[in-house]
Design a binder for this molecule. Structure first.
Ligand SMILES: Cc1cc2nc3c(=O)[nH]c(=O)nc-3n(C[C@H](O)[C@H](O)[C@H](O)COP(=O)(O)O)c2cc1C
Length: 384
């Protein structure tokens, strides 16, 4: 009797999350799923998106629908990409390779975290040039080294994440003893023993390491909790001056900051509260989005992430002023649930929902989305 593949049981992001929770050690699942402080903002992000209701429109001939979208003068086949996430191979061995494959299949960008489990050079090769490099301002000499390596490799887009000057407390990680590199005591051993497939696959493929650091020419070491507190406007200026490609500043929630960042020469802003993994008392990211769009004017390129859990959410974000949307945790839920097949399943669900929702709001081209598609009672003072 043939066994039903786990991905056949995935009909929603929530299904994938539940399966991933069973297959992954608690230590790893909580690292992906967890938030900061009171652990509420991740949920608040998605609930706030749910509360934005769209207006169905009828009799518009929506038989053929276009999802292709340009962002920063690059043509993509979908209006979404993969947000940077550190140490993806901890979710499942080869997660980075799976993301890279889907990046090619869907012709969309994969953001490579500074703390990625595959080096930026290898990711560029695996994505056939579709990767973007994300940086924190850890040791500045290392930031400059990575920018140089990225330029030499052929990267065209870099992202400076600015919302982690200090890392907020992560209660679950602290409780589970999550550290990079691993410290394995009796509690972690028991957790791994209870998830033998994950443990054997991970052991077989080699324990994941922060590979940009492992390949550092200056011997820089990854210290997850290291303060980046000294990052300021001069840091942004130095990064801008050192990078000839497009520069996105990620983790912006204030309209005043957004205007200053635009004036400092950045090419785009990513509105994000880090998926609720930083200031736990921040507002839902989607609530900041239209305010920042109003502050920046309609033409400044803007990305959005934090709380996207399906195709309708992507449409909501585009209607509230985003030009391009980034997906985070759902990718890891898919991979945690059933590896490459689980990831494919999650993306199929998102794309199907995206295309259907587009038709049901009466549009045939994703580029035609405006705030007009939002139900009237939600848009009294909005126009984009
Ligand atoms: C496991 C994990 C690791 C992350 N690592 C990074 C990172 O290295 N750099 C970064 O800019 N953002 C990082 N993020 C934040 C994501 O890029 C994104 O902002 C967030 O996941 C969006 O929220 P959502 O997953 O709830 O949609 C990480 C998020 C997760 C879940």
């Amino acid at each position: 009797m043939s066994k039903i593949s786990a991905s056949k049981k995935i009909h929603s992001i929530e299904d994938a999350r539940n399966l991933a929770q069973k297959r992954m050690p608690k230590l790893m699942f909580d690292f992906v799923d967890g938030s900061a402080g009171d652990e509420k903002l991740c949920e608040i992000n998605s609930t706030a998106l749910d509360q934005i209701r769209l207006e169905p429109k009828v009799l518009r001939n929506v038989e053929n629908r276009i999802l292709k979208k340009k962002f920063l003068d690059i043509q993509f086949d979908q209006p979404f990409g993969f947000s940077p996430m550190g140490m993806c191979n901890l979710t499942w061995a080869d997660a980075d390779q799976m993301l890279a494959n889907e990046s090619i299949v869907n012709n969309i960008p994969t953001c490579v975290s500074m703390a990625s489990s595959t080096s930026l050079e290898k990711m560029f090769e695996l994505t056939k040039g579709r990767s973007w490099l994300q940086l924190y301002n850890f040791q500045e000499n290392f930031v400059m080294e990575l920018l140089k390596r990225a330029e030499q490799t052929g990267y065209k887009v870099a992202i400076l994440t600015v919302d982690v000057p200090i890392q907020f407390r992560r209660a679950k990680d602290n409780k589970n003893g999550f550290t990079v590199p691993f410290k394995i005591g009796p509690k972690q051993l028991l957790d791994f023993a209870m998830h033998p497939i994950w443990s054997l696959t991970t052991l077989f493929n080699g324990i994941p390491k922060p590979m940009n650091y492992e390949t550092s020419k200056n011997g820089n070491k990854f210290i997850r909790t290291e303060s980046r507190g000294a990052t300021d406007w001069d840091t942004l200026k130095r990064v801008r001056d050192s990078w000839k490609g497009k520069l996105i500043v990620k983790g912006v929630m204030s309209p005043e900051d957004a205007i200053k960042i635009k004036n400092s020469g950045a090419d785009a802003i990513q509105v994000s509260n880090h998926g609720g993994r930083q200031l736990d008392s921040a507002t839902a990211a989607i609530e900041a989005l239209p305010i920042i769009r109003n502050a920046l004017g309609k033409d400044f390129p803007m990305l959005f992430d934090s709380g996207i859990r399906g195709g309708s959410d992507i449409i909501r974000a585009l209607a509230l002023g985003a030009d391009y949307v980034m997906i985070g945790r759902p990718l890891m839920y898919g991979i945690g649930a059933d590896g490459a097949k689980g990831l494919r399943r999650i993306l199929d669900i998102i794309k199907d929902e995206l295309s259907t929702a587009l038709g049901l709001v009466g549009l045939t081209d994703i580029n035609d989305i405006t705030s007009e598609i939002i139900a009237k009672k939600f848009i009294q003072n909005m126009k984009y």
